[in-house]
Ligand binder design. Structure first.
Ligand code: FE2
Length: 574
């Protein structure tokens, strides 16, 4: 059976994923094709085309289209909760009761229009709606490979109404234990503070997390933003998760926090520097997130965890690697699986797997995220020949050795190979690489390309041969979804990829997961003594990750990088 999952219902990060007989064969975010980060307000047209092309399928060969956004009945507590808690914005509260599925209907209409344009016959191919949080949950549980009873956690800003999901999976079935609804959203609260700290919600949360270790989490008592009791919480929506007229406004733009927050903490931050007191706010909101989620996990999932120790987790907040480190550190968690595209792009996977399970397909666990387009040497050469900058290129005989030579000499290297990654992390196929042993390489990359905030850490890819030694843990970490404390002796060996607090967000590479990238790590070990690479995504600030050779060349010539390797083609500027 062929199931196409489509995301984008919540207005950002639309994507498509294709499951053939329970096996994930293609997945990609629309932003990569249309070169517009998060592809806000768009439909996954190019991503769907790509999935069909990759599998060699025509639209009429798709059996079911799975959509991660469903109608919520009035019998559910969701719409009533929303109305009661947002009573101060009566239009929105009443909408939730009387026309509470209007966004769903609008979404379905839009997606039907897109499918029509792509040549689908919707008389024959049905669209099946899956609740947003069930899609997140399924993406984590069904792709985890866990066979025993598994605790399932979903935390994001919101889907239809739900923001936080606790459940368990057993024999392929997902059971809900508890859901929380808007405005009671800890992910929303983190997003609101992200906006207050001058970043964009749904994008800048990484930056807040990166800033947090520089601050003091006890200087301000952020617990006043959220009222808690055993098994429950309520967000103070005078301060955060604020809608309607109560929202803070500045230059016509409304924010997801209220005047109450500004009265308490002072004006909203602008700019890129870590400064007082904002750095302490970042530390406080991170600490609050960790505290609240760990407490609720204990309350709702503690029994399952004590039984089997398996936890599957998705939703945008699952990209918070610091919280994930604390989840792994729990004595009752033996293994945590974070679905690597755990933001909303990944709900395309989850909707597809959820429907596959309903159709009694056997779902194969996720093996890797190299699910996007690939380009041959010929295509890379053609892109060079057509490019306006007339790139100087040569074809290499021993690409890995040449790449390692350039890196060992201290050069940042744009590295493009194989199928593009699905999810926000570059895992060695669309990466900018550096030698983390070489002091100053992070600054050099920042200067040449990333122009990212200097306090944000770079992360390492490491060979599985030395992973346990560096991380002091044998927990699997293939997707850069967790941080680990770096062993003391390694902190000085790879200083460029160790964060302020002594942790690193690690990708452990195996020969099976990415053979050529693994060879490159081996080659680095021969030259530097360390089978470790600094690895950051191949893009400039504010742009989506590179997809095609043409994108790579555009990015390369729009930066001060000197070397780009695409498959076996080396492009250099001198
Ligand atoms: Fe979500």
């Amino acid at each position: 059976m062929n199931i196409l999952g489509l995301s984008g219902a919540v207005g950002h990060d639309c994507s498509a994923a294709l499951l053939m007989d329970g096996r994930l064969v293609a997945a990609a975010e629309e932003e990569r094709f249309i070169r517009d980060k998060h592809a806000k307000g768009r439909q996954p047209i190019e991503a769907t085309r790509f999935c069909l092309e990759t599998a060699g399928l025509r639209p009429d060969q798709i059996d079911i289209i799975a959509y991660p956004y469903a109608a919520i009945p009035l019998t559910s507590p969701a719409r009533w909760h929303y109305a009661r808690r947002n009573w101060y914005a009566p239009d929105r509260a009443l909408q939730a009761i009387f026309t509470g599925n209007r966004i769903y209907h609008r979404n379905i209409k839009a997606v039907r229009g897109m499918l029509d344009d792509l040549g689908f016959d919707l008389q024959k191919t049905s669209i099946r709606a899956v609740e947003h949080h069930l899609a997140h949950a399924s993406s984590a549980y069904h792709l985890s490979g866990f066979t025993e009873k598994t605790a399932i956690l979903g935390v994001d800003g919101r889907g239809e109404y739900a923001s936080t999901f606790f459940g368990y999976g057993e024999n392929g079935k997902i059971h809900k234990i508890k859901e929380f609804y808007e405005p009671d959203s800890i992910g929303g609260l983190y997003g609101a503070i992200t906006e207050f700290l001058g970043f964009e919600m749904l994008d800048g949360e990484f930056k807040v997390m990166g800033m947090a270790p520089y601050g003091n989490p006890s200087r301000f008592d952020f617990s006043r933003l959220i009222k808690r009791w055993p098994g429950g919480f309520e967000v103070d929506n005078r301060m955060v998760n604020t809608i309607g007229l109560r929202r803070y406004k500045d230059d016509q733009k409304g924010y997801f926090f209220g005047q109450g927050l500004v009265d308490w903490l002072g004006k909203k931050r602008d700019g890129d520097e870590i400064d007082d007191p904002y750095v302490d706010y970042a530390a406080s909101v991170q600490a609050l997130l960790e505290e609240v989620v760990l407490e609720l996990v204990d309350y709702y999932l503690g029994d399952v965890l004590r039984e089997t120790g398996k936890l599957a987790y998705a939703g945008g907040v699952a990209l918070n690697v610091k919280l994930n480190q604390k989840l792994i550190a729990r004595p009752d968690v033996t293994e945590l699986f974070v679905q690597p595209a755990s933001g909303d792009a990944g709900t395309a996977l989850g909707a597809a797997t959820f429907v596959a399970e309903q159709e009694q397909e056997t779902i194969q666990p996720l093996e890797h995220v190299y699910l996007g387009p690939a380009f041959s040497n010929e295509k890379c050469i053609a892109a060079c020949e057509q490019h306006e900058q007339s790139p100087a290129w040569i074809k290499l005989d021993n690409t890995v050795a040449k790449a390692a030579d350039l890196l060992a000499a201290g050069n940042p290297l744009a590295w493009f190979q194989g199928r593009m990654e699905f999810g926000p992390r570059a895992l060695g196929n669309r990466s900018i690489l550096g030698n983390p042993t070489e002091s100053g390489v992070a600054d050099r990359i920042n200067a040449q390309i990333k122009y990212r905030e200097r306090w944000r850490p770079f992360c390492p890819s490491i060979s599985d041969k030395i992973a346990t030694e560096i991380m002091k843990s044998d927990h699997p970490s293939p997707y850069m979804t967790f941080t680990f404390d770096v062993a003391e002796e390694w902190k000085t060996r790879i200083p460029e990829v160790v964060h302020e607090d002594g942790t690193a967000r690690v990708q452990v590479v195996t020969a099976a997961s990415n053979p050529r990238y693994y060879q490159l790590l081996d080659a680095m070990e021969q030259r530097t003594g360390n089978a470790v690479l600094l690895n950051t995504s191949l893009n400039r600030r504010g742009e989506p990750m590179v997809c095609s050779p043409e994108d790579a060349l555009n990015m390369f010539y729009g930066s001060d990088l000197e070397y780009l390797i695409m498959e076996d083609i080396l492009v250099s500027k001198n």
